[in-house]
Design a protein around this ligand. Structure first.
Ligand code: ADP
Ligand code: MG
Length: 229
């Protein structure tokens, strides 16, 4: 209906404003960060160095919140295309390989590249899997395995990301995706919020199956039509 249409337009105008504000804030933040780093090297302020370190990490935190907000505020489904979901997953694993090895985390890729095509916004879905696999890595401070599976049924693609991390208490599962819900010192709690939105835009679903101390399995499903293949 027309009313619904207007609502979407309004939302995207607000989104655009948020995106430009976020973008504008990032520039001065970058220079503030640069000058703090310079001050840290100055011998006259060296006894204040702990304060500067706090300033630096707080600036970093602002920067990561803004970065996540930018993803959130971006216009929703923009450039639709048909792309290979298995290639996208392999790309994301490659992108995160450095972070994984820093955490002593190994990826187990339980899928082959068969060019399973999904229709949607490739960059947004890339962001979803970056967020989910990053969370899997970050859940294992002492290392472990992240298993990534991809399968296809008649009408769905199913992607599973399984970690051996700290897990999520049952009563917290419904809190996931709430803005700023995070259990991490450096976290923003915006990764899942934006991922949920993107998955919803693609008519998909996401579920969490978790046991504290054992690990978490995140399952993402997307409908597909046979014509896409
Ligand atoms: P952030 O990673 O910045 O904290 P997210 O929205 O990505 O924000 O995640 C929110 C919270 O959900 C995390 O802080 C963590 O507590 C929990 N979480 C998400 N994924 C996992 C996972 N795989 N294992 C354990 N906890 C998780
Ligand atoms: Mg995250």
């Amino acid at each position: 209906t027309e009313e619904a249409l207007m609502k979407t337009e309004k939302l995207s105008a607000v989104g655009q404003l948020a995106a430009s504000v976020a973008h504008e804030i990032r520039n001065p933040l970058t220079s503030v960060k640069g000058f703090i780093q310079l001050l840290k090297q100055d011998e006259f302020v060296s006894d204040k160095a702990p304060f500067l370190s706090i300033m630096l990490s707080e600036v970093d935190r602002m920067d990561s919140i803004i970065k996540d907000l930018l993803v959130l505020a971006k216009p929703q489904v923009e450039r639709l295309s048909s792309f290979s979901i298995d290639k996208l997953l392999s790309y994301v694993l490659q992108l995160l390989s450095t972070q994984a090895s820093l955490y002593n985390v190994y990826f187990i890729k339980e899928f082959s590249e068969e060019d399973l095509h999904l229709f949607g916004e490739e960059n947004q879905l890339k962001q979803v899997f970056i967020n989910l696999i990053k969370n899997a890595i970050e859940s294992m401070p002492n290392g472990g395995r992240v298993t990534i599976r991809l399968s296809k049924t008649d009408d769905e693609f199913i992607i599973m990301i399984q970690d051996e991390g700290v897990g999520i208490p049952q009563h917290k599962i419904k809190t996931l995706g709430e803005p700023f819900y995070t259990t991490k010192e450096e976290g923003t709690g915006l990764g899942l919020l934006s991922s949920f939105k993107i998955i919803e835009n693609h008519h998909g679903s996401i579920t969490f199956d978790s046991t504290v101390g054992i690990g978490t399995t995140v399952t993402v499903q997307f409908p597909h039509s046979k014509e896409e293949q």
